[in-house]
Design a protein around this ligand. Structure first.
Ligand SMILES: CC(C)(COP(=O)(O)OP(=O)(O)OC[C@H]1O[C@@H](n2cnc3c(N)ncnc32)[C@H](O)[C@@H]1OP(=O)(O)O)[C@@H](O)C(=O)NCCC(=O)NCCS
Length: 208
């Protein structure tokens, strides 16, 4: 069944709720993305992050359509911890009307790294793209050296497909990137087993 265009998307995973960002997320979003450790490996988050930018970003998203339909979508979802709805990060999937591959982008705030949250969120978003939006292929670029992100993609089932050099205005120049792809026929690799490792033995989130 394909997603309905008039329904906001909410995806539940074992530990997470992916949902449209809410005004209540603004303060924590502002704090998490103001961290250079988060911004520097993204193509879009400016640093320094302007005061009030998170609130404005959420307002813009709420004013725009946060829905998915057919094989064309722009979907920005907050990654929230299911147990208390705490904002942890964002995951975004985009696809155009053509046969061009869809894209997935994501960040998790530094206090929450290493808990498997990005993997769980990317897995859910990509699966939603394949199963509910009729997407056939994802491609995403990762800055050279962003080994944590490459590991996330590998755990979800993405494969390395090449290299490129791309311009990122938010980073003020060109960056060497590694390209990763995942096709719908790879879906068997989207196995919950790859993301449900026991994180109970690892450090807990450094903050709520
Ligand atoms: C990349 C990012 C999303 C990962 O979030 P996360 O929730 O910590 O990711 P997960 O816990 O799901 O998985 C991270 C994996 O990378 C591994 N990892 C972390 N740092 C690593 C490093 N320096 N080298 C190799 N692997 C590393 C972790 O051990 C884990 O793998 P494992 O489960 O096999 O042990 C997070 O670091 C982030 O937001 N970074 C800034 C923004 C960004 O780079 N976004 C992606 C742009 S392409």
């Amino acid at each position: 069944m394909l997603a309905r265009a008039d329904q906001p998307v909410r995806l539940r995973t074992e530990r997470l709720l992916l949902r449209p960002p809410q005004p209540k997320d603004a303060a924590k979003m502002q704090r998490l993305v103001s961290d250079i450790a988060v911004a520097r490996t993204t193509g879009t988050i400016p640093h320094p992050y302007p005061p009030g930018a998170a609130q404005a970003f959420i307002r813009r998203l709420l004013a725009a359509s946060q829905t998915a339909a057919g094989n064309r979508l722009t979907l920005d979802l907050a990654i929230a911890r299911a147990e208390d709805d705490a904002f942890l990060g964002m995951v975004k999937i985009t696809s155009g009307p053509s046969a061009a591959p869809a894209n997935v982008a994501y960040y998790v705030g530094r206090p929450h790294w290493g808990q498997g949250y990005a993997t769980e969120a990317v897995w859910a978003a990509v699966r939603f793209g394949f199963e509910q939006c009729g997407l056939d292929r994802f491609e995403t670029a990762v800055f050279d050296g962003n080994d944590a992100s490459m590991r996330v993609l590998a755990k979800v089932g993405f494969r390395s497909i090449g290299r490129d050099v791309r311009f990122y205005a938010a980073r003020g120049g060109l960056r060497s990137v590694r390209l990763f792809g995942l096709e719908r026929c790879d879906r068997s690799t989207l196995c919950p087993r790859t993301v449900s490792r026991d994180y109970g033995t690892h450090r807990r989130d450094a903050e709520g």
